[in-house]
Design a protein around this ligand. Structure first.
Ligand SMILES: Cc1ncc(COP(=O)(O)O)c(C=O)c1O
Length: 545
């Protein structure tokens, strides 16, 4: 079954309406309702002009131009003198000069600082009411969002496959979550997203059980590029009186090209976690948190601001912030370059579709009702027809060709093409072909003949303590057989598909032990959070004798 990715987008309700940015400017490739083409072109030109500047990065340049003598942190003093000689040689002296502390005049100290200008431009670029720059990744954004959400109430409804940083935020904040399960592609061991219908049912159930959710947390896009109907999900969450938080860590480039999905902040989402470094060109560990324009904006803004203060460093890296400022400008003004990346990814999909050894996982996304769109800069490749695991193929591409794919599963490898990048599709196909036809591949096939069947994933055990009580309780380590019926202190998630099977405070069931051990024993599976590779023991809450 093959659905062209663009055909899927045409059918997607999430992308059907023209969107406008916070400033009322049409998003790329769109004409606002009732607007003439000339008007749209003029607005677009104005948007490009506004976003050509990088106020924060430029303020750093002005600071350096004064050749300052620094009797303050950081201790390298922005120069190659003394102990900094090797560091300067390694990074270049300019990197040391740019590495300035926070709260400097002309950069981020005054009321309407260059940093404020950069933040406002970022909010405008992603269609947000307000944006925060973060320098500890979307992990920090997730923890910040969880702490902020706790200000709305103790109960929250979360997609069970939440990133560990959000689960950590739940523990830190003392949230008691209910869960909605994502759709799972069992053949490929991939967790996707949640449909509005599934969310509505989960929220209704939580209300009936007296745990009405004060906020909803979902993930879109997935690791494999599937995109949920975030507008529909926001409508459902709002109808239940809760804001929608979207972990869009993998979609920081959304909204910057007409063939890419829309920025979630323009689709009614209340808070968006964005891992800007992942595909959008800023430095590793940089991220953004975007506040939407919806009915919860005022309450959330104050809560996020306080939570941000709890998770941010008081020595936030200027270089990292500058990279966010520059990446924003490059994205807004770089539609043509992003288009070339979309074409490159399309070329890669086409050469692989023509080769019977490979299949494109996203060509089969229409089998999942939760998926309404696809991230075209992701190419998930099913290699199972080669008789090799995705893990083996990925490792071999690294060994033989220094070619690094983002991730692998038992059946697949996933390429991520950064916005504006144009890797050689034919070259990638050649390397893949060489690896799967190599003598090493023949030996691997002979050694691992026979398909791996994972048992069905069991339902989670009953919650006996809150996640926080489970995590911070008195614990002991017991053999697996004795763990059955006890309360877990750890999170354990079997990969595939990586959805937590046991969370702190939940009862460990016989089915969970069997499933975790079966996945751990398979050649391509593993269990994140396990105390040992075979899951022979568990950390449980101690019971008084
Ligand atoms: C869905 C999701 N959210 C959040 C994160 C954390 O992102 P970061 O590595 O930027 O901290 C990740 C990391 O891969 C992720 O996959």
């Amino acid at each position: 079954m093959f659905i062209a990715d663009s055909a899927r987008r045409d059918a997607a309700p999430a992308a059907a309406d023209p969107q406008t940015t916070a400033a009322g400017v049409p998003a790329p490739g769109e004409t606002a309702p009732g607007e003439t083409t000339a008007g749209a072109a003029a607005q677009r030109a104005e948007r490009l002009r506004r976003h050509a500047v990088t106020p924060y990065a430029d303020a750093l340049d002005r600071y350096i131009a004064r050749n300052p003598t620094q009797l303050m942190v950081p201790g390298h003093g922005g120069s190659d003198l003394g102990l900094s000689a090797r560091l300067s040689e390694y990074l270049g002296e300019r990197a040391l000069q740019l590495d300035v502390p926070m709260l400097l005049e002309g950069i981020d100290l005054e009321a309407h600082s260059a940093l404020d200008d950069a933040l406002e431009l970022a909010a405008d670029a992603w269609g947000a009411k307000r944006t925060w720059f973060l320098t500890n990744g979307a992990s920090q954004a997730n923890r910040t969002a969880a702490i902020a959400a706790r200000g709305l109430g103790e109960h929250l409804l979360a997609q069970r496959s939440a990133h560990s940083s959000f689960s950590d935020g739940v523990l830190l904040a003392g949230i008691t979550p209910s869960y909605v399960f994502p759709a799972v592609d069992t053949a490929n061991g991939m967790a996707h997203g949640v449909s509005p219908e599934a969310l509505d049912a989960a929220l209704t159930l939580a209300e009936q059980e007296g745990r009405a959710a004060a906020a909803v947390y979902i993930i879109s896009p997935s690791y494999f590029g599937s995109v949920s109907d975030v507008r529909g999900l926001a409508d459902v969450a709002h109808a239940h009186g809760a804001p929608l938080i979207v972990d869009g860590a993998w979609g920081p480039h959304f909204g910057f090209h007409p063939e890419l999905p829309e920025s979630p902040a323009r689709l009614g989402v209340d808070l968006v976690i964005s891992s800007t470094h992942k595909l959008a060109g800023s430095l590793t560990q940089t991220a953004m948190l975007h506040l939407g324009h919806g009915p919860f904006a005022d309450r959330l803004e104050a809560l996020v601001e306080r939570a941000f203060g709890m998770t941010a460093s008081t020595s936030t890296s200027a270089i990292m912030r500058a990279s966010l400022d520059i990446a924003r400008s490059a994205l807004v003004t770089g539609e043509a370059a992003i288009g070339r990346s979309v074409e490159t990814a399309q070329r890669l999909r086409e050469v692989l579709r023509a080769d019977p050894r490979f299949d494109i996982v996203s060509d089969h996304f229409d089998a999942f009702p939760d998926i309404v769109d696809t991230d075209l800069l992701r190419v998930p490749i099913d290699v199972s027809a080669t008789g090799l695991s995705g893990h083996w193929v990925r490792n071999q591409l690294i060994t033989d060709h220094a070619l690094y794919f983002e991730m692998s599963t038992a059946t697949s490898i996933v390429a991520v093409i950064g916005a504006g990048k144009t890797p050689d599709a034919a070259e990638i196909h050649r390397a893949l072909g060489a690896v799967v036809s190599s003598p090493a591949a023949d030996a691997e096939r002979a050694a691992t003949a026979g398909s791996v069947e994972f048992p069905p994933m069991p339902a989670p055990g009953a919650r006996r303590l809150s996640p926080r009580e489970g995590f911070f309780g008195e614990t002991e380590i017991v053999p697996a057989a004795e763990a059955i019926g006890r309360v877990s202190a750890d999170t354990l998630a079997a990969y595939p598909p990586g959805i937590p099977n046991v969370m702190p405070g939940e009862e460990i069931t016989a089915a969970a032990v069997e499933f975790l051990q079966a996945v751990a024993a398979s050649p391509t599976g593993y269990v994140r959070g396990a105390l040992d590779p075979r899951v022979a023991s568990f950390r449980v809450i101690r019971v008084e004798e």
